[in-house]
Ligand binder design. Structure first.
Ligand code: FAD
Ligand code: DHB
Length: 388
C-alpha cells in the first residue's frame, strides 16, 4: 500500500489531520489499534475553545456541534463557600462550547468515511521505519497478516502511550515532566444540569468540577488519590464527597442522579521535544500532556495538526519545507503557554497534601486576587478561551 501521509492513531489529532489533508488534496491512511466503536465511545474531553470550534465549522464538520453542543459565555470559580463568575465573553469577546470529544470523533469519522478515506481499525504491531530517509514506511498486522504502507511522511498521533514518540532518535531529545500527586475521579450522571455553567471548586477536601454533557447527562470530577480504585467509591460516598466540596453559602447543591460511569485519570504535565525527526512528526498527546484542569489537551491536539497540515500543504503545493522545518518551534509556543495555564489552574485549585499552612493561605489569596482583579480575571479568561 502507498499513501502520501501515514497517520498513526485515530484520536482527534489523527482524524482531524486526515480531514484537513483531504481538503487540501493530500492523501492519507489512518491506522488505529482500537475499534471504531471504542474510539466513538471513550469518554474524555468536553471543552472546545473558540479556535477549535472555528476549524470544525470552517471545514464542514461542525453542524452537530452547533446543534447539540452548549455555548458557554462564562464559568464559575467556587471557594470559601462562595461562587464567582468569570464572564468569558465580556472579558475576551469569545466563548467555549461544551461538546464531548467522542462526539467530535464521530463527526470526523463520518466525514472521512463519506469521503472514502482509508481508516484501518484494530491493527496490531504498528512500527515506523526509515524516518530519516525520504522513503519512510509503516508496518503492522491486520487480521493476522503483516502489512506495509509506504509514505512520504508519517504523523505520530497515537497519544501518550503510542509507539511513535519512542521511535524518535533519542539523541538530542529533551523531555520535561511533572507528575501530580493526585488524579481526577470522573463520573457520568443521569440528571439535569446542576448549574447553567461549569463550576471549578477549591475546597480543603480537594478540587471538584461540575461540567455537563447534555440536558440529561452530567459530567463531574473530583480530586482523588491516583492509585485509588473506582470500585472503592459507592454512589453514596461519591455524592457525600461532592456535596462537601461544593457546599456554599447560598444553599446551592449539586443535583444527584444515577451514576453510570466512574473512572480515575492520573495527572501530569509533559512535553517531549523536538516534535519531529526527518519525515516523522508528532502531534497532540503523543508529544505533550497537560493536566485536564485547563481543558487544553484536545484543543492543543487541534492546533498542532492545523500547523502540520499547513506545513504539508506548503510542501506539496510549493515544494517548500520551510513550515515543516519550523513545525516544532511554531507548535511549542502555544504548547508551553497551555502547559503554563494548565499547571497554574491545577496549582491554584487542588489540595496538596504536603502544603504548609502558609502555602494554603497563599493559595486562597491567589484565588481572591483572580476573582477581584480585572487584570487577573482577564488573563484567566484569555487563557481559558484560547484568545491568543
Ligand atoms: P488520543 O485521543 O489519545 O488518540 C490517540 C489514538 O491513537 C487513540 O485512539 C489510540 O487508541 C491510538 N493508538 C495508540 N497507540 C497506537 C498504535 N501503536 N498504533 C495505532 N494507534 C494507536 N482536552 C480538552 O481540550 N478539553 C477538555 O475539556 C479535556 N478534558 C479532559 C478530561 C479528561 C478526564 C481527560 C483524560 C482528558 C481531557 N482532555 C481535555 C484531554 C484530551 O482528551 C486529549 O488531550 C486528547 O484526546 C488528545 O488527542 P490525541 O488525538 O492527541 O490523542
Ligand atoms: C471537562 C473536562 C475538563 O478537563 C475541564 O476542565 C472542563 C470540563 C469535561 O469533561 O466536561
Amino acid at each position: 500500500m502507498r499513501t502520501q501521509v501515514a497517520i498513526i492513531g485515530a484520536g482527534p489529532a489523527g482524524l482531524l489531520l486526515s480531514h484537513l489533508l483531504h481538503l487540501q488534496g493530500i492523501e492519507s491512511v489512518v491506522l488505529e489499534t482500537r475499534s471504531r466503536d471504542e474510539i466513538e465511545s471513550t469518554i474524555r474531553a468536553g471543552v472546545l475553545e473558540q479556535g477549535t470550534m472555528d476549524i470544525l465549522n470552517e471545514t464542514g464538520v461542525g453542524a452537530r456541534m452547533r446543534a447539540e453542543g452548549a455555548l458557554h459565555h462564562g464559568f464559575e470559580l467556587a471557594f470559601d463557600g462562595r461562587r464567582h463568575r468569570i464572564d468569558l465573553t465580556a472579558l475576551t469577546g469569545k466563548a467555549i462550547t461544551v461538546y464531548a470529544q467522542h462526539e467530535v470523533i464521530k463527526d470526523l469519522v463520518a466525514a472521512r468515511t463519506e469521503a472514502g478515506a482509508q481508516m484501518l481499525f484494530g491493527v496490531r504491531d504498528v512500527a515506523v521505519h526509515g524516518v530519516e530517509t525520504d522513503k519512510p514506511y509503516v508496518t503492522f498486522t491486520q487480521d493476522g497478516e503483516e502489512q506495509r504502507i509506504d509514505a512520504d511522511f508519517i504523523a505520530g498521533c497515537d497519544g501518550f502511550h503510542g509507539v511513535t514518540r519512542p521511535a524518535m532518535p533519542q539523541e538530542g531529545r529533551n523531555d520535561y515532566q511533572r507528575v501530580y500527586p493526585f488524579g481526577w475521579f470522573g463520573i457520568l450522571v443521569e440528571a439535569p444540569p446542576s448549574a447553567p455553567e461549569l463550576i471549578y471548586a477549591r475546597h480543603e477536601r480537594g478540587f471538584a468540577l461540575v461540567s455537563t454533557r447534555s440536558p440529561t447527562v452530567q459530567r463531574m470530577y473530583f480530586q482523588c488519590d491516583p492509585k485509588d480504585n473506582a470500585d472503592n467509591w459507592s454512589d453514596d460516598r461519591i455524592w457525600a464527597e461532592l456535596h462537601a466540596r461544593l457546599e456554599n453559602r447560598d444553599g446551592w447543591r449539586v443535583t444527584e442522579g444515577k451514576i453510570f460511569q466512574k473512572n480515575i485519570v492520573a495527572m501530569r504535565s509533559f512535553v517531549s521535544t523536538p516534535m519531529q525527526s526527518g519525515r516523522l512528526f508528532l502531534a497532540g498527546d503523543a508529544a505533550h500532556i497537560v493536566p485536564p484542569t485547563g481543558a487544553k489537551g484536545m484543543n492543543l491536539a487541534v492546533s498542532d495538526v492545523r500547523l502540520l497540515a499547513t506545513g504539508l500543504d506548503a510542501f506539496y503545493r510549493r515544494g517548500s519545507s520551510d513550515l515543516l522545518d519550523r513545525y516544532t518551534n511554531d507548535a511549542l509556543k502555544r504548547i508551553w503557554r497551555a502547559e503554563y495555564f494548565s499547571w497554574w489552574m491545577t496549582s491554584m485549585l487542588h489540595t496538596f497534601a504536603d502544603a504548609s499552612p502558609f502555602q494554603r493561605e497563599v493559595q486562597r489569596a491567589e484565588l481572591e486576587n483572580v476573582v477581584n482583579s480585572c487584570a487577573l480575571s482577564t488573563a484567566l479568561a484569555e487563557n481559558y478561551v484560547g484568545a491568543f
